[in-house]
Design a protein around this ligand. Structure first.
Ligand SMILES: [Cu+2]
Length: 575
């Protein structure tokens, strides 16, 4: 549909929307209890500039009760949130991690949020590769919780998934995790209960696993970990969450305050010529980021579970929720470099894309020269032959037919009529990735009671938790995922597999040339992506979308890796 036609249809829809609202009020549709208002829910949802709230949606509220952390608690009596502190641990060490209420002030507004040990992000856990640590988790928040060790190939019982590997940890209770780290790199931890609330409110932290090899990475002057998140705020209030299930179920909650390490203005000072290695994690619920460091040259070195086969120069790095990238950046000239998120926003009125650039922070480069000067090492793009050799064992499986196929889609019921009408024309075209929430009103008013995001097994037609996949330990599983662009609201999905590692071997039939071990892969709208799973770790492992609201709307299943020698099923899927 061209822009003018779209604009005309939209204008017509806006004119008829009040009539639609009247019609829907009279029709008493099931599940449409939008009339339950209170003072918190009648607040306006922040809209993009120039975009009025759809008239047919005015006065409505999500059909879930509003929830914010710390109801009845005086925020003034809570401890102020601290910045992340380094927790350097050795094999056999023990760490206490307490999820607790904190007082957090951002841009002059004070909120009740959560933090691990009072910190946002939680402690930066630094361990040597192959260490095993004990983590005593204490739940002092007002929801059940758990800790999932994202990307870590640990024992299944320590994976932190309620109803799959452990019971949820009730408020006031504790759980002990033994966490073993077999792979070097950057990992993270977060609850696996209501991520849309708990992770968004501050319960996330990094784990850095150090390799014993001294030249595992190139030499740099400085290392920094960056956790990216966002917060949805109206004036001095957080927009409430849904108590019974997520609101913002269509696109996920995209915040209007962008944060690096929990702060709205990240700042770093370096010397001229310094090379900085950034370990970057996307801890936001739904936002995909496109990050760059001004004009400073950058090379991408590693991602979720390994280094790349070879380093590459890149203008920017894209991170879907839960993905990690390790990049090295050289700041060669004195001055100020802006760290920016540069994306394409959609203007639904005009049916056009427009650039949107947010500054997340700055790197100030002093006149003092770098010492040592690593310019030569930075100019070298390394080949990580150890990574290529490890992957060589798996290359014979790249061309086999898929063992498993999933289609990603969505079903909706009882959404406001204006939303349904809008989506009918909105999906006349689609974006491979939705970088911003261009329709926050419709998104807010869709809850997990009305939206069901779906992983569908192409072989059986089964969906989500009804899929009962078993593969033997040691098998190499080729999983083909297709993201259906013709669904009610197509959207990209970052698909995460627990406890294993996988390669993205092809996108839309085109082989990926520079491989890296991943635990999360972005599947853009309309795309077909081939994953090769190294199913080496026995247990029941979640496979799900990492958009918190999609997960909370059903988009998950379990991959059972049956222990070798005992009761393995589905051997046909194996090598
Ligand atoms: Cu999703």
């Amino acid at each position: 549909m061209n822009c003018l036609v779209r604009a005309a249809v939209l204008a017509a829809l806006l004119l008829v929307a009040p009539a639609l609202q009247a019609q829907q009020t009279m029709s008493n549709m099931p599940g449409m209890d939008h009339g339950m208002h209170d003072s918190t829910m009648s607040m306006p949802i922040p809209m993009p500039p120039g975009m009025p709230m759809m008239p047919g949606l005015k006065g409505l509220a999500p059909n879930v009760a509003p929830f914010l952390p710390g109801a009845g608690v005086d925020v003034a009596h809570l401890p102020a949130a601290k910045a992340s502190e380094l927790a350097r641990l050795r094999d056999g060490d023990t760490l206490d991690l307490t999820a607790m209420l904190v007082r957090r002030t951002i841009n002059g507004h004070t909120f009740t949020m959560y933090g691990f040990n009072g910190q946002i992000p939680g402690p930066l856990i630094d361990v040597p590769r192959n260490a095993t640590i004990t983590v005593r988790f204490h739940n002092s928040i007002d929801l059940p919780s758990s800790i999932h060790w994202h990307g870590v190939r640990l024992d299944n019982r320590d994976d932190g998934v309620p109803d799959v590997t452990q019971p949820a940890v009730a408020p006031g209770s504790s759980f002990v995790y033994q966490v073993h780290f077999p792979d070097a790199g950057i990992y993270w931890y977060h609850p696996h209960v209501r991520e849309d609330i708990e992770q968004a409110m501050g319960l996330f932290g990094n784990v850095r696993v150090d390799a014993p090899e001294r030249d595992y990475y190139s030499p740099v002057n400085l290392e920094q970990t960056l956790m990216l998140s966002d917060l949805l705020v109206h004036a001095d209030t957080l927009i409430p969450f849904g108590r019974e299930g997520p609101d913002f179920a269509l696109m996920g909650r995209l915040g209007n305050v962008l944060l690096v390490n929990g702060e709205p203005h990240y700042a770093l000072t370096v010397h001229a010529g310094d090379v900085v290695r950034f370990f970057i994690t996307n801890a936001s619920s739904s936002r995909t980021w496109n990050l760059s460091f001004g004009s400073a040259p950058m090379k991408v070195v590693a991602s979720d579970v390994s280094r790349f086969e070879h380093e590459e120069r890149v203008p920017s790095v894209i991170l879907a929720p839960a993905e990690r990238y390790v990049v090295e950046v050289r700041f060669d000239k004195p001055g100020t470099y802006a760290i920016v998120n540069a994306v394409q926003a959609i203007n639904h009125y005009r049916g056009e894309f427009q650039p949107e650039v947010d500054t997340l922070g700055t790197v100030t480069v002093s006149g003092e020269p770098a010492s040592p000067d690593y310019a030569a090492a930075f100019a070298t793009l390394r080949h990580n032959t150890a990574v290529s050799r490890d992957i060589d064992r798996y290359r014979p499986y790249f061309d086999k037919p898929p063992d498993k196929r999933l289609t990603l889609t969505v079903k909706v019921s009882a959404l406001p009529l204006a939303t349904v009408q809008f989506m009918t024309i909105d999906t006349a075209y689609y974006a491979p990735v939705e970088w911003v929430d261009a329709m926050p009103d419709m998104n807010w008013l869709s809850s997990s009671r009305q939206v069901r995001w779906i992983l569908r097994d192409e072989a059986t037609g089964k969906e989500n938790m009804d899929i009962d996949w078993h593969v033997p330990q040691g098998s190499v599983v080729k999983l083909r995922i297709f993201n259906d662009p013709k669904s009610f609201h197509p959207m990209q999905h970052p698909i995460h597999l627990h406890g294993q590692r996988m390669l993205v071997i092809a996108r839309d039939g085109v082989p990926v040339r520079n491989l890296v071990w991943k635990d999360t892969a972005l599947i853009p709208v309309g795309s077909t992506v081939d994953l090769l799973i190294d199913a080496s770790n026995p247990g029941a492992w979640m496979l799900h979308c990492h958009i918190a609201e999609h997960l909370g709307s059903g988009m998950m299943t379990v991959l059972h890796v049956d222990p070798s020698g005992g009761g393995a099923r589905g051997a046909g899927a194996a090598r």
